[in-house]
Design a protein around this ligand. Structure first.
Ligand code: ADP
Length: 302
């Protein structure tokens, strides 16, 4: 095996959007975020510089798409696998805060990222040399059914060639025609994943899991060798070759903003797991990072 092939190369697949966050004085601050991007961003920070983290998506050829690419590059993420599609642009969401509660309005119907799996050859090339591929239920949700099938096919091919596939089901019923379609697509995708990182509360709502163990067992049955179930402030459950384990949560004195709790957990966990930490230590690293992220405002916390 050539020495170079030992180098870990992670490719995160999904949609990055423009974020408009209220500043409190009637104006909005512009940023960039999105579940798989948040995880890539935290992975880049948590991993040694010798490990490459790429983002695979599609953007437009307009100025705001250019700014997004510049942001990704500045964050140290590889952008070679990002397609540029004329006549499309990037999606946008706006955060509203009323009585301390955040709500989100989205403009993403025409976003270029919906076409990230349109070109089979580019997709295959984008995933070919990845040692780890990360994607989510939101990645699936934004694609039309033919593109979704193409992505699953490319993931399966990469996995057959040796890539490890990690998946966060990230259930978002608003992005799907109905809950049944969402559950069917998530279950199908999970069959192609080695590592599944679900959040129990969402899973209980849509799959009827009675507890975190049931969520873990369902994804293990689908074929994942490692399942890590997050459960907000509750213990995390892992199901792996080491059997079933429960991991204590991190104490958080003040929850400021839970945005990206799961995304950052996944990054902290994967970074530690991929660098050879024992499972319990990797879960602790995920929980530690998530605890820091929910103690401050915004998705991307320095
Ligand atoms: P998601 O953001 O995907 O819904 P969860 O709410 O399950 O995910 O939270 C993900 C992780 O964030 C948890 O496993 C835990 O490590 C951390 N976390 C979330 N909420 C809290 C909390 N109130 N106290 C401590 N940790 C939390």
């Amino acid at each position: 095996m050539p020495a170079g092939s030992l180098r870990k190369h992670i490719v995160s697949v999904g949609e990055c959007m423009v974020e408009m966050a209220p500043t409190g004085d009637g104006t909005y601050a512009m940023g960039f975020a999105g579940d798989t991007l948040n995880t890539a961003w935290y992975l880049r920070r948590a991993l040694p510089s010798g490990m490459q983290v790429d983002y695979l998506t599609a953007v437009g050829t307009d100025a705001i798409s250019g700014r997004m690419l510049a942001f990704l590059e500045e964050a140290g993420l590889g952008t070679d696998r990002i397609a540029r599609i004329p006549d499309r642009t990037v999606g946008l969401y706006l955060i509203e805060i009323a009585n301390g509660e955040r709500s989100f309005a989205y403009w993403r119907g025409q976003s270029a990222a919906k076409l990230l799996a349109r070109d089979a050859a580019a997709l295959e090339a984008g995933l070919a040399d990845a040692s780890v591929i990360y994607f989510s239920g939101i990645t699936l949700a934004i694609l039309d059914p033919a593109d979704r099938a193409r992505l699953i096919e490319a993931l399966a091919a990469a996995r057959a060639a040796g890539s490890t596939v990690a998946f966060d089901p990230n259930l978002r019923p608003r992005l799907w025609p109905d809950a049944a379609a969402m559950c069917a697509a998530i279950s199908e995708a999970a069959r192609h994943a080695d590592i599944v990182l679900p959040s129990h509360e969402d899973e209980a709502t849509f799959f009827g899991d009675t507890d975190a163990e049931a969520t873990a067992a369902r994804y293990a049955e689908a074929g994942a060798g490692l399942v890590v179930v997050k459960d907000g402030p509750g213990p995390m459950i892992t199901l792996s070759a080491e059997g079933r384990q429960s991991h204590p949560p991190e104490a958080v004195s003040r929850v400021v903003d839970t945005t990206a709790a799961g995304d950052s957990f996944n990054a902290g966990f994967l970074a530690a797991h991929l660098t050879g930490e024992p499972l319990a230590e990797a879960v602790r690293a995920g929980a530690r990072l998530a605890a820091r992220v929910i103690g401050a405002r915004g998705a991307l916390v320095d």
